[in-house]
Design a protein around this ligand. Structure first.
Ligand code: AMP
Length: 429
């Protein structure tokens, strides 16, 4: 299956090529034809499946085909629960629509409204919004939903959890009757089904669950490590675990360059891809990595979008992401298709809060590996999901052995010698 065979129009195909997407993901394959027919859709899918493109592409395409030539009015509305997700969705729309005349913008709370209002006044076709700010600007008369033809409710279960149900109902009440509605949720409890039935009219259903990878196919391991020792730990793991192909994530471009420099000076083949690298340099590095000629690819999150490497065995989070959803994206890079993979995360003192948010999102504690040469002295920190003084420990790394221990059965009794623990990850591949 190709995007071409899905009947995607040329300007979007070109944009997808720029993004480096070679073929549609399962949710795109299933949803795009339904949406191009103008039907409503109930999608059971998580972030990381490619669902943004699954709804953005058909919306852009239908807007393009409508040959709009009037003033800019909001014709597509996407509502998302968090500012990060909203920004990410708007970035995706702008990427996929870069060769069209469509305009999009994003609005969210927690910042002054002035700039957002200025852009709205100039007019947009596509608006991505968090519920509170949307209602606020609607109430002030800066936004009208009168001309909306396409509406997307993304991460609906998250919206409910965050208490947005009343806001959503108020927003939906202002939408025109005649519209195409899309509703996405990772889970479908009764409250979500009820809400979806109020918004959708006889929808087609698509269910995709590759993110079982998070819990099942991808083994996760956490290393508490002093910030200054991270590069030594990285080198140690690559060598000790004989990692032939590893994708390393860095939060910053500068950090990515640094990691590459250190690895190269240690004789390990590595290259970085990030926003300051030319498209040619990025593609070259990616191709070498795919071909197995480059052992380590170091990427920032933005650059890593669209990286699809078959059978990627190891992902290492050199830095933890500050947006928890990004963790799920990152580790979803491994364990694709039938392959199993290992996602290793380094966590220094400053990153404990990020770890807490991640564990809350994935609803599990990431198994901790304490048997390594560069342990962080502050290891015994209470995590969000642990009780009182106990600390999550697992020596199984990579497996799902992340059961919590009860008080009095705590971790500190574990030996640090690591006997029998040398080939930590071998069982997973
Ligand atoms: P999403 O679930 O929409 O958040 O997408 C997850 C990630 O997959 C994003 O980084 C996208 O850029 C990327 N992505 C979406 N569609 C494709 C595709 N067809 N091929 C490769 N990467 C994709």
């Amino acid at each position: 299956m190709t995007f071409n065979s899905l009947g995607i129009i040329d300007p979007i195909l070109r944009a997808l090529e720029v993004k480096g997407y070679t073929k549609p993901t399962p949710i795109q394959e299933q949803s795009i034809p339904i949406l191009l027919k103008g039907k409503d859709l109930l999608g059971c899918a998580q972030t990381g499946t490619g669902k943004t493109a699954a709804f953005a592409i058909p919306i852009i395409q239908q807007l393009c085909e409508a040959n709009l030539d009037g003033p800019y009015v909001i014709k597509a509305l996407v509502v998302a629960p968090t500012r990060e997700l909203a920004i990410q969705i708007n970035d995706s729309f702008q990427d996929y629509a870069k060769f069209t005349d469509l305009r999009s913008t994003v609005i969210f709370g927690g910042v002054k409204q002035g700039k957002q209002v200025d852009i709205l006044k100039k007019g947009v076709d596509i608006l991505v919004a968090t519920p509170g700010r949307l209602l606020d600007l609607m109430n002030q008369g800066f936004i009208s939903l009168r001309d909306v033809e396409y509406v997307v409710l993304d991460e609906a279960d998250h919206m409910l959890d965050m208490g947005f149900i009343h806001d959503i109902k108020k927003i939906v009440a202002k939408l025109p009757e005649k519209r195409q509605s899309l509703f996405f949720s990772a889970t479908m409890p009764p409250a979500i089904m009820e809400l979806s039935s109020k918004i959708l009219g006889n929808p087609e259903k698509v269910t995709i669950k590759p993110q079982q990878a998070t819990a099942e196919k991808v083994g996760q391991a956490l290393y508490y490590v002093d910030k200054k020792q991270k590069r030594k730990l990285l080198h140690h793991l690559i060598v000790e675990e004989k990692m032939e192909s590893v994708l390393v994530f860095s939060r910053t471009k500068h950090g990515a360059n640094r990691i590459v420099k250190d690895l190269n000076s240690d004789g390990i083949g590595a290259a970085a891809i990030h926003g300051n690298k030319s498209q040619t340099a990025r593609q070259k590095a990616l191709q070498e990595f795919r071909d197995g000629d480059l052992q380590v690819l170091v990427a920032t999150d933005i650059a890593a979008r669209g990286i699809d490497v078959d059978e990627l065995a190891f992902v290492i989070n050199f830095d933890l992401p500050n947006v928890p959803e990004t963790y799920v994206h990152r580790i979803g890079r491994t364990g694709r298709a039938q392959a199993s993979g290992i996602a290793i995360s380094f966590c220094d003192q400053e990153e404990r809060a990020y770890l807490r948010d991640i564990q809350r999102l994935i609803k599990q504690d990431v198994p901790v590996v304490e048997d390594h040469p560069y342990p962080d002295d502050g290891t015994r920190v209470v995590t969000e999901n642990s009780s009182s003084s106990q600390q999550q420990r697992s020596r199984s790394n990579g497996g799902n052995n992340n059961r919590r221990r009860g008080p009095g059965n705590s971790s500190s009794s574990g030996s640090r010698s690591g006997g029998g623990n040398r080939r930590r990850f071998s069982s997973s591949r």
